[in-house]
Write a protein that binds this ligand. Structure first.
Ligand code: 6CS
Length: 315
């Protein structure tokens, strides 16, 4: 078997390292029968192109961020909703691992679009960076925020008064540098590794959302495999859950220090208080109603409500 696994990140970053480990494990388990070529971001186009390649079966496996499927799978936009998950990342990963709303019902919606999610996992809490301090919703007034493609992410930043622009992360460094956009959101490891901190004066530890990635496979390819091979894939997906979690936890911790300690590119790092986060939470919550009333139908409403009760129960 010779398969292709495409990721949205580069060597040393979480998705790529996850995919490499996933490929190595399957190679070993199959005594060398399974060979997976892992692609860094950029080699096969932008993030949306990659989703399309998975859907058409040109690539067998992909790590996909739901932020790039927003124009295809409406229900997947629920991950744009800020302050939905908890502040405990281990608990969040547990919810992603076990949620019926996500692993059964949302996964079905993706499958209808030829994307089969095998796992939902986190790359860490998201933070804001900007060319100015972002501490209150007023600071977002007219702020040109780079987002992923999901219209609900755009909507979420409009709720703060910002002026959001979706673009690929491949263009983000240059766009920040030239002032095409003023700021962006990402987990800490990615901000450091993609060097966004070099062209941003401020970083806000806001933890306004968790970054979710999906390990996905083309459904026709997957369903057509012999059962023993499918079992090997499923087993590897399970094994990778704690591995992926550890990977992001370690990188997010290590690279925060290197942002703070950077002598060549000083970035002022502030952490929001609970009261400051509450001001954003108050503006973010109505976006849930918008999602339910304007974006999805009854199924989408059910998925969000089920996820919300799973989150509550987990706490
Ligand atoms: O900001 C982005 O679009 C990118 N961020 C991460 C953490 N992974 C890939 C994604 O394309």
């Amino acid at each position: 078997y010779n398969w292709t696994f495409v990721t949205e990140e580069m060597e040393g970053q979480v998705q790529y390292e996850y995919a490499r480990e996933f490929a190595d494990r399957l190679h070993e388990k199959s005594d060398g029968d399974i060979n997976i070529e892992v692609f860094e971001f950029g080699g096969l186009g932008d993030e949306v192109n990659q989703v399309e390649q998975l859907q058409s079966g040109i690539v067998e496996f992909a790590i996909v961020s739901p932020g790039f499927t927003g124009t295809m799978v409406d229900e997947g936009q629920l991950f744009a909703l800020q302050f939905l998950f908890t502040d405990d990342m281990e608990l969040n990963q547990h919810i992603l691992d076990t949620s019926e709303a996500l692993n059964v019902h949302l996964a079905n919606k993706y499958e209808q679009h030829n994307i089969k999610p095998l796992a939902f996992w986190t790359e860490g809490a998201m933070q804001w960076t900007g060319n100015r301090e972002l501490r209150t919703p007023e600071d977002f007034n007219g702020f040109k925020m780079r987002t992923q493609e999901s219209p609900l992410i755009v909507r979420s930043y409009q709720a703060y008064g910002a002026d959001p622009t979706p673009m690929s992360w491949g263009e983000l460094y240059t766009s920040l540098d030239r002032g095409v956009v003023d700021g962006q959101e990402n987990p800490i490891f990615f901000i450091e590794d993609a060097s966004f901190h070099e062209v941003q004066s401020h970083m806000t530890i806001s933890r306004h959302n968790i970054y979710v990635a999906m390990t996905t496979v083309n459904p026709d390819f997957y369903n057509g495999l012999p059962e023993d091979i499918r079992n090997m894939i499923d087993e590897t997906v399970e094994e990778m859950r704690p591995v992926g979690f550890e990977l992001q936890a370690q990188l997010n911790e290590e690279l925060l220090d290197s942002i703070i300690d950077s002598e060549t590119h000083p970035t002022e790092v502030i952490e929001l208080t609970e009261a400051e986060r509450d001001a954003f939470r108050a503006l973010a919550e109505p976006v849930r109603e918008y999602f339910v009333n304007e974006v999805v139908d009854e199924d989408g409403k059910m998925i969000l409500e089920m996820l919300q009760s799973e989150i509550e129960a987990a706490q």
